[in-house]
Design a protein around this ligand. Structure first.
Ligand SMILES: C[S@@+](CC[C@H](N)C(=O)[O-])C[C@H]1O[C@@H](n2cnc3c(N)ncnc32)[C@H](O)[C@@H]1O
Length: 332
C-alpha cells in the first residue's frame, strides 16, 4: 500500500511539470521563428537544412509540438504550425506575445533554478540590464491595456495638462495619453539608452513631436524646474532598494504642482490578491543584487506621505498578478 502511495505521489509531481512543456516548446519556436517556418507545412529535414539546425533536435522539438498540439503532422509527413501558434509566437504577428516567454524562460526560470545554490552562497545574481531592458519594457506594456483606463480617468478628474513619466520604457502610457489629449505636455525619463532609441518605433508617428523622452537616470536626473500636473512611476520601484525609493517620491513631489498627483502602477507584496505570483516575482527580484523586493502598499503610502502626497485610490488592475494602481495627490 505504501509503495503505491509513493508511486502515486511521484506521478503527481511528474504531471505537475507537464505544463512546463508548453512554455518550453513555444519559447524555442518563438526564438528561432519556427512557427513561421512551419506555417504553410514543411519537412523537418528542409527546415533544418535551410536554417543550419541540428535535424535530430529539431525532429524532437517537432514531436513534442505535435504531442501537445502546437503543431500538426500531415498525412504526407510534413509538419504544420497551428494557426494560433503562428499568431501568438511569430515576431511578425500583431498578436505576438512571445516576448513574455522570453522573459519567463530566459530571466525568471534560470534564476529560480539557481535558487538552491544562491540560498547557501554569499552571492546574488546580477540582472543584465543591457541584455533584457527591451524585453522587460515590452512585457510591462501588456499591463498598460488594463491600467490605462484608471490612469486616464484620474487625468481627466484633475484636468491634467502635463505628465512626467519616471522609467517610461517605450513610452506606452505617454503614447496612450497623447492619442486622447492633443495638447498635453508629455515627458518621459528612461535610463536605458537603447530602450529610448527603440521607443521611437513604438511611439505612433503623429505623436513623435509631442513626447519628449530623455535618456536619464532618475538618481542623477537634473531637473530644469518645469512643473507637471502629474508624475507617474509605473513598474519602477523594484529597480530601487527600499532605502532609495524615498528619493523617487521626493523627486515626484519636487516636479509636480501644488495640487499635483502621483500615479504608481506596480505589483505589490503582501496585497489582497495574487499571492502566488507576487511571492514568486519577489523571489526572482530578491535573488538579484541589482533588483529589489516588491513594494508594499504601506511602504508606498508612508513614503508618499513624507513627500506630501495623500492616497486617493488604490485599485487592483490584474488581480492574479497582484498588480495595482495607486493614485496620490498633494494635500490642498
Ligand atoms: C519594467 S519597465 C516599465 C516601463 C513602463 N513604465 C511601463 O510600466 O510599461 C521599467 C523601466 O524603468 C527603467 N529604469 C530603471 N531604473 C531607472 C532609473 N534609475 N532611471 C530611469 N529609468 C529607469 C528601465 O530601464 C525600464 O525601461
Amino acid at each position: 500500500m505504501n509503495e503505491i502511495k509513493k508511486i502515486w505521489r511521484a506521478r503527481k509531481w511528474m504531471k505537475s511539470n507537464e505544463p512546463f512543456l508548453y512554455a518550453w516548446h513555444a519559447h524555442v519556436g518563438y526564438v528561432h521563428d519556427l512557427f513561421d517556418e512551419f506555417e504553410h507545412g514543411a519537412t523537418v529535414r528542409d527546415v533544418a537544412k535551410n536554417r543550419g539546425m541540428n535535424e535530430l533536435l529539431l525532429t524532437r522539438w517537432a514531436e513534442v509540438g505535435v504531442a501537445i498540439g502546437h503543431l500538426k503532422k500531415e498525412k504526407d509527413g510534413t509538419i504544420r504550425s497551428k494557426k494560433n501558434m503562428v499568431e501568438s509566437m511569430s515576431k511578425s504577428s500583431d498578436q505576438d506575445v512571445g516576448v513574455l516567454l522570453k522573459e519567463m524562460m530566459e530571466l525568471h526560470i534560470p534564476i529560480l533554478l539557481s535558487y538552491s545554490d544562491l540560498l547557501i552562497g554569499d552571492d546574488y545574481a546580477s540582472y543584465k540590464d543591457d541584455d533584457y531592458a527591451g524585453t522587460v519594457a515590452a512585457t510591462s506594456s501588456f499591463i498598460e491595456r488594463f491600467a490605462f483606463p484608471k490612469v486616464y480617468q484620474w487625468l481627466q478628474k484633475v484636468d491634467a495638462k502635463s505628465v512626467v513619466d519616471f522609467g517610461a520604457g517605450y513610452a506606452g502610457y505617454l503614447s496612450r495619453i497623447g492619442a486622447k489629449e492633443e495638447n498635453m505636455r508629455l515627458v518621459g525619463i528612461e535610463k536605458n539608452r537603447q530602450v529610448c532609441l527603440d521607443a521611437e518605433s513604438h511611439i505612433p508617428y503623429r505623436l513623435k513631436s509631442s513626447i519628449d523622452l530623455y535618456p536619464e537616470d532618475m538618481m542623477s536626473w537634473k531637473w530644469d524646474g518645469e512643473r507637471f500636473d502629474v508624475a507617474m512611476m509605473n513598474n519602477l520601484l523594484y529597480y530601487f532598494a527600499p532605502d532609495e525609493r524615498s528619493h523617487l517620491f521626493q523627486k515626484a513631489s519636487e516636479v509636480t504642482n501644488d495640487h499635483g498627483s502621483l500615479i504608481i502602477i506596480s505589483p505589490l507584496h503582501e496585497s489582497d490578491h495574487g499571492h502566488a505570483f507576487s511571492a514568486a516575482f519577489n523571489s526572482f527580484m530578491s535573488a538579484h543584487s541589482n533588483l529589489h523586493q516588491l513594494p508594499t502598499s504601506t511602504e508606498m503610502i508612508e513614503m508618499a506621505a513624507r513627500a506630501g502626497f495623500g492616497l486617493k485610490h488604490m485599485k487592483p488592475i490584474v488581480k492574479e498578478g497582484a498588480w495595482y494602481c495607486l493614485t496620490f495627490q498633494k494635500a490642498s
